[in-house]
Design a protein around this ligand. Structure first.
Ligand SMILES: [Cu+2]
Length: 351
């Protein structure tokens, strides 16, 4: 398993870094847990590059937040038509990988500029069942898609900084550039292999332009403890046929500095997302993911993380972050897949 190997690697590197003290003024605790975006600004003239790799694993399904079996799903009506009358294709597993490459530059102490490119790859395994009568399993198949999904340009504005508290705002424009009509071969309930446009959740993009607004506060509770809070919303300002719903994310985290080069974190993340808006009439298979109503909802996640500084490449410290995220509540709208865990690994280097 990726996750456990990586955790082991981090524990080994963390213990090495106990001896690899950073000589700069920066500490591991100075950046938020790696899954929090736009969490810090820079001093005039500083720049930084970052790479984040995220994984998400989903398996099984939820109806209004409660576990539902494949046979219960087959009994549900197909809302997109009456051929067939019931849902006949059921997703069983989904894996998502995200790569985010970012750059920051501070032209002044007040403003830090940000640019980011994100790419995504998605894999889904599904079962196809007879559309009527016995509803026997016809077979399993998998679909995948992969693309650069979006680019964003933004600015962080320092609002207030005291010895124990920092406030900053974020304004970002995010443009989806990923394919929103990716195709793959699907095993239909009639037992045929057909190339089709994949449902919305399997698309890397939605053609939308979004405005991201954020507000972050960091509070130093003691020499070793920082409490962070962030409210961040993404609004669709223009789209074409369809787009994923607006999203608001609330994060609160506590970080503890073991020493200057290692910090541990716990984080609570609450996400509200609207259902999908609009539709593509070509997406109409008897599968839950083809229905715009089966998107969005409220989710609460808990994360544990570690940040650490070490010296590998010349210049300032090399910064690593790892976070393991588990859902504690998934009030997803209608019928959706059940999230097992997420996992984010990151590297940051300032100049
Ligand atoms: Cu930075």
């Amino acid at each position: 398993m990726h996750v456990f190997k990586s955790i082991l690697l981090f524990l080994i590197l963390s213990s090495l870094s106990l001896t690899a003290y950073s000589d700069s003024a920066m500490g591991a605790i100075d950046h938020a847990p790696i899954g929090v975006m736009a969490d810090h600004y820079h001093k005039k003239g500083e720049s930084m590059i970052s790479v984040r790799q995220g994984y998400m694993d989903m398996s099984g399904n939820l109806l209004d937040g409660k576990s539902i079996s494949n046979s219960q799903i087959l009994a549900m009506p197909n809302p997109l038509g009456d051929m067939p009358a019931n849902l006949s294709v059921v997703p069983t597993e989904m894996d998502m990988k995200m790569t985010m490459i970012g750059a920051m530059y501070a032209p002044s102490d007040r403003v830090t500029l940000m640019a980011m490119v994100m790419s995504m790859s998605k894999d889904m395994t599904l079962n196809s069942y007879q559309p009527m009568m016995g509803r026997n399993l016809i077979g399993s198949f998998s679909t995948s898609s992969s693309d650069i999904s979006d680019i964003s340009l933004g600015a962080l504005i320092k609002l207030q900084e005291t010895d124990t508290s920092r406030w900053h705002g974020e304004v970002t424009v995010q443009q989806s550039i990923g394919d929103n009509k990716a195709k793959d071969v699907v095993l239909t309930p009639m037992g045929m292999n057909m190339e089709m446009i994949l449902p919305y959740g399997m698309q890397a993009g939605d053609d939308a332009t979004r405005l991201v607004l954020g507000l972050t506060n960091l509070r130093t509770l003691s020499e070793k403890v920082v409490w962070g809070n962030q409210l961040r919303s993404r609004f669709v300002v223009s789209d074409n046929d369809w787009s994923f719903g607006d999203q608001t994310e609330l994060n609160t985290w506590l970080q503890y500095a073991l020493n200057k080069s290692v910090s541990f974190s716990s984080r609570l993340k609450v996400v509200y997302q609207d259902k999908l808006s609009g539709r593509n009439p070509m997406i109409s298979a008897p599968v839950q993911t083809a229905n715009p109503e089966n998107y969005g909802g409220r989710e609460v996640h808990f994360a544990l993380g570690v940040n650490f500084l070490t010296h590998i490449l010349p210049g300032k410290s090399d910064r690593f972050g790892l976070e393991l995220i588990k859902p504690i509540q998934q009030e997803k709208n209608n019928l959706q897949m059940d999230t097992d865990y997420q996992f984010i690994l990151g590297y940051q280097k300032a100049f």
